[in-house]
Design a protein around this ligand. Structure first.
Ligand code: PMP
Length: 358
């Protein structure tokens, strides 16, 4: 065998590998913002029925699911692109807008895919620090737009801090963005949103006003299909057509498409579950604050503990105590909110830790 270095792009050398929260038998997993319940019986039977046909490729056009989403969201089918998780749609948006020399702008800290996928495209991530309240700093972002900016992500609610921007700031920002720059409003946690009047906005309404706005949503969180990988983008037909061109053929399985359709039919039942999580979010936040933890208000199915340098140790001890959470070294930890029993296991650990450390 010839011993030569294989030609891999050198600019990817220092790209970190994405490491999701690891779990182990008996652990409570609060690391990936999943729901704790399995699929509804109606969704399970759609999955079983679809499994019978897996000798065939799936419908590459994702026609039924696209039509159902268009109907539900009151948009046209050419304004929707379904993808293998919204993470792929983030990546594909970068692919269709940005290449070497171009800039992709977003707040930081935020969803880790944004910088990674930007680097994979050979483009430059431009990361604007969050405000002291752990919120997207849209004013600072507006000032950071250059003639090389090709795409902007706004993660609302922001992963991992759970914070949201005000509707006035969002509108003002959208007005300030040159209309040729695509703005992706990542609403992965949309169904957990219980906004104050200042935070309330209708993304689909905004999209009618701002042609460059693309909304990203997912079936992974409130719809409980994280394991099946289905997300969708709502945007201008020009963007959707471009996304369609880079769509990896057959990447959304028949099982995923049918499960998503069945979940849409069970929207009321599934969304009722989010009320329970929202209630728990309030309880967990209040208790953590009472214990002395700095926790911003969250509009997602997780809370952020701004522990700074102590984040990694905290998460390691939490794992030892049987609760797997997500650390972000030097910054904080993100803890998924699920049902009272699981949340209580985490709160018991947080209480023990606070007695020695806060
Ligand atoms: N956007 C945000 C902000 C997220 O937190 C996530 C999941 N962690 C995604 C997109 C991707 O979700 P999925 O690929 O499961 O649809």
């Amino acid at each position: 065998m010839v011993d030569v270095a294989l030609r891999i792009r050198p600019d990817l050398d220092d790209l970190p590998v994405y490491v999701p929260g690891k779990t182990f038998p008996g652990a409570v997993k609060l690391a990936s913002n999943e729901v704790s319940e399995g699929p509804l019986p109606s969704v399970l039977s759609a999955i079983t029925e679809a499994a019978i046909g897996v000798n065939r490729y799936p419908d590459n056009g994702m026609v039924d699911l696209t039509a159902a989403l268009a109907k539900k969201l009151r948009v046209t089918e050419d304004e929707i692109q379904v993808g293998c998780g919204s993470v792929i749609l983030c990546q594909n948006l970068i692919t269709v807008t940005s290449g070497p020399g171009d800039e992709v702008l977003f707040g930081w800290r935020s969803f880790e895919t944004y910088p990674l996928a930007t680097r994979v495209a050979g483009a430059t991530p431009v990361m604007v620090p969050l405000t002291v309240d752990h919120t997207y700093d849209l004013r600072a972002m507006a000032q950071t737009i250059t003639d090389r900016t090709r795409l902007i992500f706004i993660c609302n609610a922001n992963n991992p801090t759970g914070t949201v921007v005000t509707a006035d700031d969002l509108r003002a920002f959208l007005r300030s963005v040159p209309p040729h720059i695509v703005v992706a409003l990542d609403e992965a946690y949309f169904e957990y949103f219980r906004p104050s009047p200042e935070q309330a906005y209708d993304a689909l309404e905004l999209r009618r006003e701002f042609r460059n706005l693309v909304i990203l949503r997912t079936f992974s969180k409130a719809y409980g299909l994280a394991g099946l990988r289905v997300g969708y983008a709502v945007g201008d037909p020009q963007v959707i057509e471009a996304l369609n061109k880079v769509h990896v053929p057959f990447s959304v399985s028949t099982i995923a498409q049918r499960a998503a359709l069945a979940s849409l039919s069970a929207t009321d039942e599934l969304l009722a579950r989010t009320d329970a999580v929202v209630e728990e979010r309030g309880r967990v936040t209040a208790r953590l604050r009472q214990l002395g933890y700095p926790v911003p208000d969250s509009q997602a199915n997780f809370v952020w503990l701004a522990l700074g340098e102590r984040a990694t140790d905290f998460a390691a001890l939490s794992t030892e105590a049987g609760v797997v959470i997500r650390p972000f070294a030097g910054d904080g930890v993100r803890v998924t909110v699920t049902n009272p029993a699981e949340n209580d296991v985490f709160l018991a650990f947080a209480e023990r830790w606070s007695q020695q450390n806060l």
